[in-house]
Design a protein around this ligand. Structure first.
Ligand SMILES: Cc1cc2nc3c(=O)[nH]c(=O)nc-3n(C[C@H](O)[C@H](O)[C@H](O)COP(=O)(O)O)c2cc1C
Length: 186
């Protein structure tokens, strides 16, 4: 029998815990000979084709002006192997240190953008700014992914999913229900 949950009221500012399932990513950027990385959880897929991804980058972050001015970035997807780096990169500023050197991450050249790819990450998505109309109001950048690469294996890597308060979920059991989907929905 399907369960009816017993519930309690929540402060609305705490709902992130229930709505932030996407993997934590590392956003790399480059501008005027400088490079940087930040940790990001607030992103969403917006369209398949063109491939659009929206994200919030707070204006206080060093990365904000770098991506706003260069109009490019790379979204790199780390696995749990980089948990300490994810936290360190999200708790330091590119204004003070070169985070690639500090966290010992290696880069390779992207094909379509100047921002570097992080080789230790499982997937790398090169992005160009598609729409900046919400940047001033909400720090919301809409990116078009113009090149994508992902590791051949494992098929389902262990990614980190942030629920706030220093707590991460780790992606887990895979359930395939392909047969129940309309073909055009796959
Ligand atoms: C798990 C985690 C998730 C984060 N998600 C975001 C985010 O979605 N948007 C954002 O602006 N900052 C986010 N941050 C904070 C930035 O990563 C942090 O402010 C970082 O120091 C910015 O680096 P920068 O100043 O070098 O750009 C997150 C930090 C952590 C640890």
């Amino acid at each position: 029998m399907r369960k009816h949950f017993r519930k309690h009221n929540l402060p609305v500012e705490n709902i992130r815990r229930y709505l932030e399932p996407g993997p934590i990513v590392l956003v790399s950027s480059a501008w005027k000979g400088r490079r940087n990385i930040m940790t990001m959880g607030w992103h969403t897929v917006m369209e398949f084709s063109p491939s659009l991804v929206g994200c919030v980058i707070s204006s206080g972050n060093h990365s904000f002006e770098m991506v706003r001015r260069s109009r490019e970035c790379v979204i790199n997807v780390p696995t749990t192997a980089l948990t300490d780096e994810v936290i360190g990169i999200g708790n330091s500023s590119g204004a003070d240190i070169d985070k690639f050197d500090h966290f010992g991450l290696t880069t390779s050249k992207a094909e379509k953008v100047k921002a570097p790819l992080i080789r230790e990450c499982y997937a790398n998505f090169e992005c160009r700014l598609a729409d900046d109309s919400l940047v001033d109001k909400h720090n919301f950048f809409i990116w078009e992914v113009v090149r994508a690469q992902a590791a051949v294996s494992p098929k389902s890597p262990q990614t980190l999913h942030y629920t706030g308060d220093g707590i991460f979920m780790v992606s887990g059991r895979i359930i395939s229900r392909r047969r129940q989907f309309l073909p055009e929905m796959l």
